[in-house]
Design a protein around this ligand. Structure first.
Ligand code: HEM
Length: 273
């Protein structure tokens, strides 16, 4: 049979090529609310959507880190710029949950038990790439071998920021060996020498590729900070100062996490330009 040029194909021997690629049938049957509350579905799906964005962003930052390790700044900046658009989309997905009232959240909160975003392994992969390493974040995942193995590998790999600073050192900037040779499984601690390096880069030609790399990382840092603050405000609206389902003090604990600067010297160096 010849096909009418203007209508899509309808006949497929098996599942559609769309299904084979997207696995929409799998994806749209992964929603299992724990309560009868009609408002729980959007809480669950928003969380799943955010996990998918975390996954893409981890992919971009791993691409960027690998490119930096081989001195390919254009590929790294392209991946970082894609991640900036993705972070904007991630942050926009707070919209459906941003105005939850305590009564609405209470309708399904107890059904969540001890479940908490604190237990998101993909979020930890993001943090590890930002050099916010912590071996204790592996502990919750001891019962999930694949997740645990992926996190453990990520813990011991140089972060996006480590690869950036190593590249700056290779380009002749005075990044100390204590930074380039540091134990990358530990949380990155800011260094005055690195701050001076960024101040020098920012005092020079703004179209220089290192300055542009610094700005792409700053965009990333800003949007991660915005995600944390949007999460904090949504939490404050939904539960005030109650304790979290994950066992933390809730908002007070999140406030401490949200004040931290991602890529610290990229922010502090600005005072010296
Ligand atoms: C309005 C709904 C939400 C509330 C009230 C809320 C509340 C909380 C609280 C209280 C914590 C602290 C840990 C604990 O004791 O549980 C936390 C952590 C966390 N939540 Fe949420 N959350 C909400 C939505 C989400 C969504 C949609 C995500 C997306 C995945 C998410 C991801 C996280 C992550 C990654 C952490 C760990 C943060 C860190 O370690 O710094 N949360 N959340």
């Amino acid at each position: 049979m010849s096909h009418d040029a203007e209508t899509p194909h309808l006949d497929f021997a098996g599942t559609t090529p769309y299904e084979d690629y997207v696995q929409a049938d799998v994806l749209t049957h992964l929603q299992h609310p724990l309560s009868d509350d009609p408002g729980e579905m959007v809480f669950l799906v928003t969380t799943q959507v955010m996990e998918l964005w975390f996954t893409v962003i981890v992919h971009e930052w791993e691409t960027a880190a690998r490119a930096l390790a081989s001195d390919d700044i254009p590929t790294a900046v392209a991946a970082l710029k894609r991640s900036v658009r993705e972070l904007e989309a991630l942050n926009a997905s707070w919209k459906p949950l941003g105005q939850l009232t305590p009564a609405q959240f209470n309708s399904y909160r107890s059904a969540l038990g001890e479940g908490s975003g604190f237990q998101s392994a993909m979020y930890r992969r993001m943090e590890f790439l930002l050099a916010e390493k912590s071996a204790s974040m592996l502990v919750p995942h001891r019962g999930a071998p694949r997740v645990h193995a992926e996190l453990e590998k990520a813990l011991h790999e140089p972060s996006l920021y480590d690869e950036t600073l190593r590249l700056l050192a290779r380009r002749g900037h005075a990044v100390p060996e204590s930074v380039t040779e540091r134990d990358v499984s530990q949380r990155y601690e800011p260094s005055p020498e690195v701050e001076a390096v960024w101040a020098e880069i920012y005092s020079g030609d703004e179209s220089d590729e290192l300055a542009r790399l610094g700005e792409a990382l700053t965009d990333v840092g800003e949007l991660v900070w915005r995600w944390r603050n949007d999460h904090l405000v949504a939490t404050r609206r939904a539960m005030g100062s109650k304790a979290g389902t994950g066992g933390s003090a809730g908002v007070a604990w999140l406030e401490k996490r949200a004040v931290k600067n991602v890529f610290p010297e990229l922010w502090t160096a600005r005072s010296h330009v």
